[in-house]
Write a protein that binds this ligand. Structure first.
Ligand code: SF4
Ligand code: SF4
Length: 280
C-alpha cells in the first residue's frame, strides 16, 4: 500500500515562513468538513519552525526545523483519543475528526512532538492534515510544499520498500527516534539541528599582523581514533560536523609545512568554537 511521506531538508530551510503563511492561508477561517474545522486567524499555524543556534561568536551557525504533525504510524495521540476521534487513513495521513474530538483537550499533551494545538473558540484539538482535502482532489503537494522557495519541503506517496531505499540513499531520519512512533515525516541533514560541530581558525603572526593560514592540515582525534581530516579554507577556518553531543574529549591537531604544529583539546558538551590556533 502506497502511503504519503513528507521529506524535509534541514540544510535548505531559510526560515522564510512561507510554509507557515500558506498553512494559515489554507486553513484559517476555512472549514474543510471531514478534515478540519477552521484554524484560528491569530496564533500559530500547523507547522512550527523552531531554531537551533550552534557554536559561539564568531563561529556560529543556525538551523531551522520545519515541524508539522509527523503522521506517525504508531501515534500516541490515536491511543489517547476517545471514540475514534483520531484515526490513520490507508494513505498514512493521521486526521483529528473535527466532529468527534470536541472537548478532548487532553489530546494536546498526548502528542510527544507538540503538534496538536487547542482551538479555544471551537473547543477542539487541531493539527496538520497534510492538506488531505487537496490531495484527495488530486493535488500532488500540500500548500506548504508548494510555497517553499528553497526546495526544503517535498513529499511522495510510495510503497514502504521504495521509501526504505530512499531513506538509505538520502540518509533520511526521524526527529526524536527514541519516541518510536514511526513518523512519516523524515528529515535530511538533521545533524544541523540535533548534533554538534567543532570549528575554529588557524592563523600566524606576520610583521605584527595576524594572517589567516590557508591549507593547514587539521585532524580530529578521539582517543586513538581519527574522526576526521580537513584543510583550512581561504579564511583559515576548519569545521568538523555531525558529532554527537557529550561524546567525549577530542583533540584538534593542526599542522602546516614550515609553520609547525599545535594541538587543542575539547570536551564536547555542545558545539565548540576552539578559537584561533596560532602557528609559528
Ligand atoms: S506527531 Fe503527534 S499529532 Fe501527529 S500523529 Fe504523531 S502523535 Fe499524533
Ligand atoms: S517555506 Fe521552506 S524555506 Fe521557508 S521556512 Fe518553510 S521550509 Fe523553510
Amino acid at each position: 500500500m502506497k502511503t504519503w511521506y513528507f521529506i524535509i531538508d534541514v540544510e535548505k530551510c531559510e526560515n522564510c515562513n512561507n510554509c507557515f503563511l500558506s498553512c494559515k492561508d489554507e486553513h484559517a477561517d476555512n472549514d474543510w468538513p471531514g478534515f478540519a474545522a477552521p484554524m484560528p486567524t491569530q496564533g500559530p499555524s500547523w507547522i512550527a519552525i523552531p531554531t537551533k543556534e550552534r557554536g559561539s561568536f564568531p563561529f556560529i551557525d543556525v538551523a531551522y526545523l520545519p515541524s508539522p504533525c509527523m503522521h506517525c504510524e504508531d501515534a500516541p495521540c490515536m491511543k489517547a483519543a476517545e471514540g475514534g476521534a483520531i484515526y490513520r487513513r490507508d494513505d498514512g495521513i493521521v486526521i483529528i475528526d473535527p466532529k468527534k474530538a470536541g472537548g478532548q483537550k487532553k489530546l494536546v499533551n498526548s502528542c510527544p512532538y507538540g503538534a496538536i494545538q487547542w482551538n479555544d473558540k471551537l473547543n477542539l484539538p487541531q493539527k496538520c492534515t497534510l492538506c488531505a482535502h487537496l490531495l484527495d482532489k488530486g493535488w500532488e503537494k500540500t500548500r506548504c510544499v508548494q510555497s517553499c522557495p528553497t526546495g526544503a519541503l517535498s513529499m511522495c506517496r510510495v510503497e514502504p520498500s521504495e521509501m526504505k531505499k530512499m531513506v538509505e540513499a538520502e540518509k533520511l531520519e526521524p526527529f526524536k527516534p527514541g519516541l518510536k512512533t514511526n513518523p512519516h515525516v523524515l528529515y535530511k541533514n538533521l545533524y544541523r539541528f540535533t548534533r554538534c560541530f567543532i570549528g575554529g581558525s588557524v592563523a600566524r603572526a606576520v610583521n605584527g599582523l595576524e594572517e589567516c593560514v590557508k591549507g593547514a592540515a587539521v585532524t580530529l582525534v578521539r582517543g586513538s581514533e581519527t574522526i576526521g581530516e580537513c584543510v583550512t579554507d581561504e579564511y583559515g577556518d576548519f569545521k568538523f560536523d555531525n558529532l554527537e553531543r557529550g561524546s567525549g574529549v577530542y583533540t584538534v591537531k593542526v599542522h602546516r609545512n614550515g609553520h609547525g604544529e599545535k594541538a587543542v583539546t575539547v570536551d564536547l558538551k555542545e558545539s565548540a568554537n576552539v578559537g584561533v590556533v596560532y602557528l609559528s
